[in-house]
Design a binder for this molecule. Sequence first.
Ligand code: SF4
Length: 911
Amino acid sequence: METPLAFPALHASHAGIWMGSSDGPVKTIGKGEAAGRAAETPMIMLNAPLVAQRLGYADLSGLDVLELYAFIYPARFAVPTPKGLAKALGLTAPATDQEVPPFLLMATRSLLSVLGDAAWAEREGAWDSAQALMRLRWPWANLVLAQLKKPERPERWLFSRLPEWEEAPPRTPPRVVTLAADAVQERLASLVGGSAETRQGQRDFAQAAALIFAPRTRKGEPNMLLAEAGTGIGKTLGYLAPASLWATAADGTVWISTFTKALQRQLVREAKRLYPDHETFKSKVVVRKGRENYLCLLNLEDALQGGFAGRAAILAHLVARWAAYSHDGDMIGGDLPGWLPTLFRRNGSTALTDRRGECIYAGCPHYKKCFIERATRASVQAEIVIANHALMMVNAARGRDEQNRPSRIIFDEGHHLFDAADSMFAAALTGQETIELRRWVIGPEGKARGRRRGLSARLADVASYDEEGGLAIEMARVAAEALPGEGWLARLGEGTPSGPVERLLAAIRAMVFARDETNATESGYGLETELADPDAGVVDAAADAAIALEALARPLTVLGQRLEAMIADPPDWLDGSARARVEGATASLSGRIDTLRAWISMLARAVGPVDPEYVDWLGIERFEGREIDIGMHRRWLDPMKPVAEIVLKPSHGVLATSATLRSGGDWKNAEARTGAVHLEKPATHFSAISPFDYTAQAEVLIVTDVKKGDPAALAGAYAALITASGGGVLGLFTAIRRLRSTYARIADRLARDGLPLYAQHVDPIDTGTLVDIFRDDPHASLLGTDALRDGVDVPGHSLRLVVMEQIPWPRPDILHRARRLKNGGIDFDDRIIRAKMAQAFGRLIRSAGDKGHFVLLSSAVPSRLLSAFPSGTPIRRVTLEEAVRSVKSGLSSDTNLRQEVVNQLEESNPI
Ligand code: SF4
């Protein structure tokens, strides 16, 4: 029998606020009353931070149904909306805002009833966890414990429940095999499925992709294929066919690297066709991400045992519930709901991962259960490893395991290789970076909680055994005192820098303010100036800082050598686990030494000649007018040079593919952006055009009468288009400021018409969850910036209109200017713009049944940029009124949603 709940439920949207209880009707209330009631009585709500934002009352707290869901169903997916929760719980979704409060009460009762259900799969650990949460005053703890039966036997602790990974023998190098054309086609046909026909474009693509698996003819000269395959070709299965065939025949591993999480997820789905049996799939396909994505069990243990306090401690317990049921421990794009950390305002979630490279490897009591170690080991044995571009580059640059280097690589979303390389090979000598190094060497300052320790505590046994090593640790500790410490930004603001590096940062700050010509001082954005002809203040401070950094690099290098010597000639006490710990310390030490060397070389540049390989500048990073970091930056003029050396040349076969590989340019452009231009052996080219009928499926409308620089006109245009389309709009902005102003002007009125609007940089929801919400509701619209231009894969009705606020001009910063100069001036700009427009357009038509409009709110679109759109796509220059009419009438050819949306339009009668 259902228990009546004593608590009222609260729901707030842009259209209003509603409150309901078990024994009364739902009432509409005002913001002040809602905030007052919430302060007096705990209320049941869904996504408290979002409700708080709608009420304009940041301190709002209560009984968040999503937290209860995360406790009861850890690691189970749910879209965090009433509709999404209803779907996850098998309940009827509320049809209106008014129906949400009773629905929340019903969902709560349904969730609480699970606690007494004998078939509840996630019962183990719940009792102990609820007891701990009770002590932390989790608002749900009493209600949960009232329903939970105390287990008859004590529950196993999380850390004893997780499985251990097995050490496997090293893998032998792959056999030499040649793939027969008909075998590739057969594998493709079996992947596509018996009933579906493979298309010629996909067959040709698979055959071309097989080229990269041919035996290499010369060391350092991989078989490289550049393949541009229009949307809808089916390239994923196209390359999985030869890749899986080769991996089995050669007993080797193929690494498939993506840029976005959306594609990574899609790849996992597609790879299941290769190995339908779950256990086989788990052993053959492994997803690898950067270590900062995974839960660190040692950090979690520390958080559970008092390292975290207040809400962060509650989050740690919910994460511990999840860890016991998680497939792979990935906290960022895996099965931890993306919305969970945001419910806690991200308080503590990053401290649960290994972001700062503090892993102590085999010295860790959870080493044999560590998610990161498990994924690393599994990938050695796998046939297919699904990774991302950043990880491929980090591993290549820092990886020590030569034997398990990726040798056959498929870069999907290959048009992003350049950007991934650009960030990976960037160097920044800034306040934030240097203070991080200081903490790594000395340990945290003040009364920091947690297990973070300095170098001497982490390597105490080394110091006591090896005198030279111990001395090096002490010298490094003393030298690190020269790095910026807590409060450095305030000291710089007050003109009282402490130590040589802070003095350098102060000189950089003064020079940037003196020379900045962007006039961005007032706008609150970042400031920068070239590192050219530096003033005497910077030159002198750079020389002192270089001496200080050298004084730190030297003992760290000696320490590294001592550790290497210890591994080569191990003392008695260096058992397996101590050895692994020393190896771990050596790896993180060498990363730090590399960073120090890069900084010293940048400082040499400040006082010496220009190095044409790099672009150097000084900058002040600011957020909403506040300075957050200051320093010196370095980028490769062409970051694909190091990629060619450390990733491409050592491999045997590489495929770089994308729907927009040439970025609206020619193959020369693709060669440059993928690094193929730096290889001796020329890359092979392949292209296949999209099978979609863009003439019938899409239309590009260039709106000529929305005044530039008029926020009201821009917002009005968005509102009109969203209303005309009945939602289903992805709105792309090039500036967060304009996105926020547009959202603030139109969200309420659209919500009143039943058209919810969500926005990146506004809603307290992570981007992945925003896309899930958007995908789940055909009436919703989503506004966002860069990450949405490429990471949204929403086939079908949920996305039927893409609106771009203006031409995505590249940011005219120092780095861009240098690359523009080297790569053909305006042509270089055009290629970048066309690529961005092509990617944005690519969101629209994802399957043969999709239809939609692409609207560009910019009167001045040069015709030369229009080749960004697939050939055959109708393009018209129109007024806003005409665009609205087209968007409305465009629905007439749609099927499912047509009548519903047309009815709604007639009721709301826009412009
Ligand atoms: S081995 Fe390292 S990353 Fe893994 S749980 Fe231990 S400290 Fe964390």
